[in-house]
Design a protein around this ligand. Structure first.
Ligand SMILES: *Cc1c(COP(=O)(O)O)cnc(C)c1O
Length: 395
């Protein structure tokens, strides 16, 4: 494929994706295939002779699509949301086009610097304490990890190294192995301190956990993978109170902030905690710059060496939605809609509700009042409210 054909096929691919989104509602959300469905549909080994793009694309529809679970179908309610927006898709195309590997500042300065600034932008959007931001000469800063699981692993390893070094400086006679065998990681059955657990979106009490961790010299990592995007709305920010006690914090813009996978944002108060744990400098990666406020080598902040130019998709999304657009996306509704819903419920005269105000939100109260209420009445009410809400949203 030369550039002339690339221009043509690229436009066709964009059309294919646009058609996909426009007709997504008509596709069955969960595929009808059985395990092993794909192997008989394609040859046993790669073709010796090159094939044409048209044949490949035809097989996408014939072989791939029947086995796709459509995460972006409006009928998909499984697992958790995964972000998708056109600006992020386009930025990923650009990232693929540039194809740079930004493991150090010199390996692609824009790749590193845009990432640092985007993580500062995002940190400011959720009002993270100043210490987590890189700024011009801050000790903290953010990095894009591939997933929240990686972020947790990275911080766990950094915490381990930090603790070993501290204990060793207090007890020089102890070896690393002596100390390692005594280390303890505290976690609940949902793992580390979590804001919005995956099964039921429960929140740990940071304001209780944080001071204990600080007093006992325990590294606190906070995982807000799913719920964290909501903190860009001032009315939800209070749920992040206590983050000031944490050493590291992470959430996934690739879940709920319209930045396509993979983009897991992680911040640390002290970047040296990461670089001390992961720094590895073979000769072929050494160059004149040292890690400093201005020169960041992100390979010391992560498990892999290589990394894509992922901050482009944050930049595109933040600029093209604006903070207001992103807040609107999180809120997905308005006081006016809720008022209209209450009006239609009470006008239908089948059930009766009254509203209240909670932090300037118009909220419909559903109180269980009568001694004779059974679950059938509640199910009836829920069905009725759902129908009226659907009518309202479709109007
Ligand atoms: C989704 C989720 C994860 C895992 O996220 P990945 O980025 O896929 O690793 C971890 N923690 C919580 C609370 C989550 O909701």
């Amino acid at each position: 494929m030369d550039t002339t054909e690339f221009r043509k096929r690229g436009k066709e691919m964009v059309d294919y994706i646009a058609d996909y989104f426009e007709q997504l509602e008509e596709r069955q959300v969960y595929p009808d295939v059985e395990p092993g469905y794909l192997r008989p549909l394609i040859p046993d080994s790669a073709p010796q002779e090159p094939e044409g793009f048209e044949d490949v694309l035809k097989d996408v529809e014939r072989i791939i699509m029947p086995g796709v679970t459509h995460w972006h179908s409006p009928y998909f309610f499984a697992y958790f949301p995964t972000a998708s927006s056109f600006p992020a898709l386009l930025a990923d195309v650009l990232s693929g086009g540039l194809g740079c590997i930004g493991f150090s500042w010199a390996a692609s300065p824009a790749c590193t610097e845009l990432e640092t600034v985007m993580l500062d932008w995002l940190g400011k959007m959720i009002n993270l304490p100043e210490e987590f931001l890189a700024g011009k000469d801050g000790e903290g800063g953010g990095v894009i990890q591939g997933s929240a699981s990686e972020a947790t692993l990275v911080t766990l390893l950094a915490a381990r190294t930090k603790t070993i070094r501290r204990v060793q400086s207090e007890n020089p006679e102890l070896t690393e192995a002596d100390i390692m065998s005594k280390l303890v990681a505290y976690a609940s059955d949902q793992f580390c301190a979590t804001l919005g657990t995956t099964p039921c979106c429960s929140f740990d009490r940071l304001l209780e956990l944080g001071p204990i961790c600080n007093k006992e010299n325990i590294w606190m990592h906070i995982d807000a993978a799913y719920a964290g995007s909501a903190f860009i709305c001032p009315e939800f920010r209070h749920l992040l109170n206590g983050v000031e006690f944490a050493d590291s914090f992470n959430f996934n813009p690739h879940k709920w902030l319209l930045v396509n996978f993979d983009c897991s944002a992680m911040w640390v108060k002290k970047r040296s905690d990461l670089t001390n744990a992961f720094k590895l400098d073979p000769l072929y990666l050494q160059h004149c710059h040292q890690e400093s406020g201005l020169v960041t080598d992100y390979r010391h902040w992560q498990i892999p060496l290589g990394r894509r130019f992922r901050s482009l998709k944050m930049w595109f999304v933040f600029r093209m939605y604006g903070v207001k657009g992103l807040q609107e996306y999180i809120r997905k509704g308005s006081n006016e809609l809720n008022e209209a819903l209450l009006k239609s419920i009470n006008e239908a005269r089948k059930i009766h509700l009254v509203p209240c105000h909670l932090r300037e939100k118009f909220v419909l109260r559903f109180a269980i009042c009568s001694r004779t209420v059974e679950s059938v009445h509640i199910q009836f009410a829920w069905k009725h409210i759902s129908e009226l809400a659907t009518e309202l949203l479709n109007a």
